[in-house]
Ligand binder design. Structure first.
Ligand SMILES: NC(=O)c1ccc[n+]([C@@H]2O[C@H](COP(=O)([O-])OP(=O)(O)OC[C@H]3O[C@@H](n4cnc5c(N)ncnc54)[C@H](OP(=O)(O)O)[C@@H]3O)[C@@H](O)[C@H]2O)c1
Length: 283
């Protein structure tokens, strides 16, 4: 009997990640959700199993704000599971206040980009054991406003200069640059980036300003469900149509042919890769 394909989904206990994991399990894949909140993850596993069956879902602890935790996640994956067909770097946060990862990086850059950069590297051997591995990076069209401020990756400019949206856009541009550089360096891995659309989840709940917080909650009325928001992730994880389309950015299952100047900047992608490698390798 053919073994089911395996997908690991970060942040698979809530929002778009949980909806993605549920749909992949329903389609017969074995899904492993990597999450920091164990209680929520256990509940999510029960929900996913209802859709996909008992053997279809498992949980690995993973706090993307800690390199130590990420290393342990990768170690546990390698000791418990075999080839990794699909890695979905989905987890993400938005915060309007300057916060830090365990290693002292600005939290949004640390979780949304650096944590996933490290996890992807640590799981590379498991992916290479799979026939045609895929990495799906959940970015956002917020990347369009992003710039990489190499002098402020640890929040050196201080809380007075901190703008949550700017930091979020930086981290989402980093997702796109990482995808493109990964495709250049590892052409056998199909790496994609995507925008899931405006999706009704908890991600924008950490607005500290009452005005933007109210705006977010009002906007939620017009947003789509997590199930709809998961469609492009599921498509990129499963569809034969995108085989060989590594390095591309998708929105609503459509390949976007025009990217921002920053996203197309190969020198910037290389510099970000090297900077990320240096810090992630040294911890
Ligand atoms: N919703 C939208 O409109 C929208 C639009 C564009 C892009 N996106 C992107 O979509 C992705 C999923 O977001 P969502 O909207 O589904 O938000 P969400 O419902 O808030 O889910 C985010 C997930 O990330 C996890 N997470 C946060 N920090 C983590 C950490 N340090 N370690 C491990 N997991 C962590 C959360 O876990 P906890 O439960 O432990 O917090 C949760 O499972 C994100 O990358 C986001 O940038 C969303």
């Amino acid at each position: 009997m053919q073994q089911p394909k395996t997908a690991l989904i970060t942040g698979g206990n809530d929002g778009i990640g949980k909806a993605t994991a549920t749909e992949l399990a329903r389609r017969g894949m074995r899904v492993i959700i990597a999450c920091r909140n164990e209680e929520k993850a256990r509940q999510a596993i029960r929900d996913i199993q209802q859709e996909g069956g008992e053997r279809q879902a498992a949980f690995l602890p993973c706090d993307l704000a800690s390199f130590g935790s990420i290393r342990e996640t990768a170690r546990l994956y390698q000791s418990q599971f075999g080839p990794l067909d699909v890695l979905i770097n989905n987890a993400g946060i938005f915060t309007s206040q300057l916060e830090y990862t365990k290693e002292g990086f600005e939290l949004q850059f640390g979780v949304n980009h650096l944590g996933h950069f490290l996890l992807t590297h640590l799981l590379m051997d498991s992916m290479k054991q799979a026939g045609a591995p895929r990495v799906v990076n959940v970015s956002s069209i917020a990347y369009l406003r992003g710039q990489i401020d190499f002098g402020n990756l640890r929040g050196e400019k201080g809380p007075g200069q901190y703008e949550g949206m700017k930091a979020y856009a930086q981290s989402k541009l980093a997702n796109v640059l990482f995808t493109r550089e990964l495709a250049r360096r590892h052409p056998k891995i199909n790496a994609y980036a995507l925008h899931p659309g405006p999706v009704r989840t908890r991600i924008g709940n950490k607005h500290s300003n009452w005005f933007t917080s109210l705006g977010w909650h009002l906007l939620k009325i017009f947003m789509v469900s997590p199930e709809k928001g998961a469609k492009t992730s599921v498509y990129l994880a499963t569809s034969p149509e995108v085989e060989g389309a590594g390095g591309q950015f998708f929105d609503d299952k459509q390949r976007q042919r025009t990217l921002s100047e920053a996203a197309r900047d190969e020198g910037l992608g290389r510099r970000l890769w090297e900077a990320s490698e240096e810090v992630a390798a040294s911890k």
